[in-house]
Each structure stands twice: as structure tokens, then as C-alpha cells.
Design a protein. Structure first.
Length: 112
């Protein structure tokens, strides 16, 4: 996605781009809006709204991708999320502290 999106674009413009990509994915899959509505559990009106670049919930996006059998699109979001020290303590984990030490030239260096 980063290839066609940039930080300088407005949210509305990005939604329009994403909507056109969702529409193209639907067409490439051979679905009409009504077919996709049936397989995704969304209404045809909701699908039309998404394709026109209107704001929608993440739940609707997930349903749309599931209906298109394109959940693979979400794999770009599958990155490890670090556990916060507070969440680790609540879960009974013993988090390791990051300590710094001085190198030979008296510069601090972090240990991982």
C-alpha cells in the first residue's frame, strides 16, 4: 500500500483510493455488489459506500475482505507487537530491563 499512498494525502483522498481498489478486487473476483453482499454479510449499500470512498468500520473492511477471500491483504499488519511493561506485570511475566553500559570510549550503549 505504501507505494500508492503518501503522508501528504488527505484521509478522504486515501479512502477514495482504497475504495477504488476494493472495487477492482471485487470485479477481479467476478462478484457483483449483490454477490459480495451475500458472501460477506454486508448490505449492497454498505459495499457501494466503501467502494465510493466513504468512511466505514474496520469490521466492515474485514467482512468485505473475507467475502472476497482476500484476508491475505491483512498480512502486512502482522508484525510483532511489543508487550508493555505494565501488561507484562499484570500477566505475571518478568520483563527484562534494557540496561546501558559504557564502552571503551566512554559512550553509552544499550544492551538488548
Amino acid at each position: 500500500m505504501a507505494d500508492f499512498l503518501s503522508y501528504g494525502m488527505t484521509d478522504d483522498y486515501i479512502l477514495k483510493i482504497l475504495g477504488s481498489h476494493f472495487k477492482q478486487m471485487r470485479i477481479n473476483s467476478g462478484y457483483s455488489q449483490q454477490d459480495l453482499a451475500t458472501t460477506s454479510g454486508l448490505t449492497r449499500k454498505t459495499i457501494s459506500s466503501i467502494e465510493n470512498g466513504n468512511s466505514t468500520s474496520t469490521g466492515n473492511i474485514v467482512a468485505l475482505l473475507r467475502g472476497l477471500k482476500r484476508m491475505d491483504v491483512l498480512s502486512v499488519l502482522n508484525t510483532p507487537v511489543p508487550v508493555s511493561p505494565i501488561a507484562a506485570a499484570k500477566a505475571g511475566m518478568n520483563p527484562q530491563r534494557v540496561r546501558s553500559h559504557k564502552t571503551k570510549d566512554n559512550k553509552k550503549q544499550s544492551e538488548w
